[in-house]
Design a protein around this ligand. Structure first.
Ligand code: NAP
Length: 361
């Protein structure tokens, strides 16, 4: 018999929150138990509080649920709490939840670079979750009320770091990486989001804070853990990022050039094969949402494309194409990932499945 765990969602009315509701609505491991949002929404039935903007309709069981304020005491029965909170408020609320003994899986940026908080892309560094599992088990054994926060990466980082992780695992350090992103509108959320008039017939060559996130998060994700359970950046890797918003609904496309530390670099065929062969841990653990194949390396000259390739393995896999030599770096390629699945709520759900498989709850 499958035992379902109770899940809460903070920011349940927002863009990421709605995706959490959908992904958890028919999940075999988690039961959607509590929904939280701002005091503007608290006290209302979910169907009245939410401005629903998904193609699937609001799940029936969620409609009558009464939205509560994001206070730990409302969520104490939850085994895991997913956060899609606005970053203006996420930091303090998530800390309060962790201090109250709750396990929080967060989409917000606030705690991502804390050196005792794992920053996890589940296809790349689920081993960092071992720290969380250890902490939760120790707290339980000592009967101490101590929860934990796990952060999901920025959505453009999530796509980039998967092929980089596969290549680093096989060939060691990538010393230089240059990336130019073409990011979907959904990544900006609903409020204030991107105005239709601004993005129509246009490309916006600026996304506030995004380049910094790409340039710093990758080293933490590909880094290690010290004996004191502190996360340590991977040394010797420099990333230069340029980020653009384009008129695509879902799916971030990124043009990537890389240089290996090893000289001579691996061959083109070895690079492609390493990505094709890469298997992520959630696959081997048999997690419900894990992709069948982590990286699809496409040979067609005009792929991947957001509309055609973003939903591969329900949005949990990444697609790589146009892998070829680069006259300045060693190789260049295109990577596509689903920004609201692998880059947001889906990653949160897959992290929770991995934590469950590793015995954290
Ligand atoms: P959003 O659509 O604006 O939703 C924000 C949510 O936060 C709403 O549910 C809102 O509730 C709630 N909220 C706002 N102020 C609050 C308060 N004072 N107390 C409690 N709840 C409050 O934002 P989003 O796009 O879903 O993004 C959510 C988080 O995920 C952000 O930190 C964002 O940076 C991050 N993220 C987003 C994406 C993406 O693809 N959109 C990807 C990765 C990460 P009300 O409806 O009641 O106002």
């Amino acid at each position: 018999m499958t035992v379902t765990k109770k899940a809460g969602v903070l920011g349940a009315t927002g863009s990421v929150g709605q995706k959490f509701i959908l992904l958890l609505s028919e999940h075999p491991d988690f039961e959607l138990y509590k929904l939280g949002a701002s005091e503007r929404s608290a006290g209302k039935k979910y169907e009245n509080a939410v401005k629903w903007r998904q193609t699937a309709t609001v799940p029936e069981f969620a409609k009558p649920k009464v939205v509560v304020e994001c206070k730990p005491e409302e969520f104490l029965d939850c085994d895991v709490v997913f956060s899609g909170l606005d970053s203006d408020v996420a930091g303090d609320i998530e800390t309060a939840f962790s201090d109250a003994g709750l396990l929080v899986v967060s989409n917000a940026k606030n705690h991502r670079m804390d050196d005792d908080v794992p920053l996890v892309v589940p296809l790349v560094n689920p081993n960092h979750l071992d720290v969380t599992v250890r902490k939760l088990k120790t707290a339980k054994a000592q009967n101490v009320k101590k929860g934990s926060i796990v952060c999901i990466s920025n959505c453009s980082t999530a796509g980039l770091v998967v092929p980089l992780g596969a290549l680093v695992e096989k060939f060691g350090t990538i010393s230089q990486c240059m990336v130019t992103t073409m990011q979907a509108i959904s990544g900006a959320g609903f409020a204030p989001g991107v105005l239709g008039f601004d993005i129509l017939d246009n490309v916006i060559p600026y996304i506030s804070g995004e380049e910094d996130k790409l340039e710093t998060e990758v080293s933490k994700i590909l880094g290690g853990v010290s004996e004191a359970d502190v996360f340590v950046d991977r040394p010797g890797m420099t990333i230069s990022a340029q980020c653009n918003r384009v008129a695509v609904s879902d799916g971030h496309l990124e043009c990537v050039s890389i240089k290996f530390e090893q000289s001579p670099p691996p061959s083109l065929e070895e690079v492609k094969q390493a990505m094709r062969d890469y298997v992520c841990e959630p696959q081997t653990l048999g997690c419900f949402s894990a992709p069948q194949h982590t990286i699809y390396v496409l040979d067609e000259p005009d792929r991947p494309q957001p509309r055609l390739d973003r939903d591969r393995d329900n949005g949990y896999a990444v697609s790589v194409g146009r892998v070829r030599p680069d006259p300045i770096f060693d190789y260049k390629f295109i990577v596509l990932s689903h920004n609201t699945i692998l880059g947001a709520a889906g990653a949160g759900v897959l992290i929770a499945e991995t934590l469950l498989a590793k015995g954290a709850m």
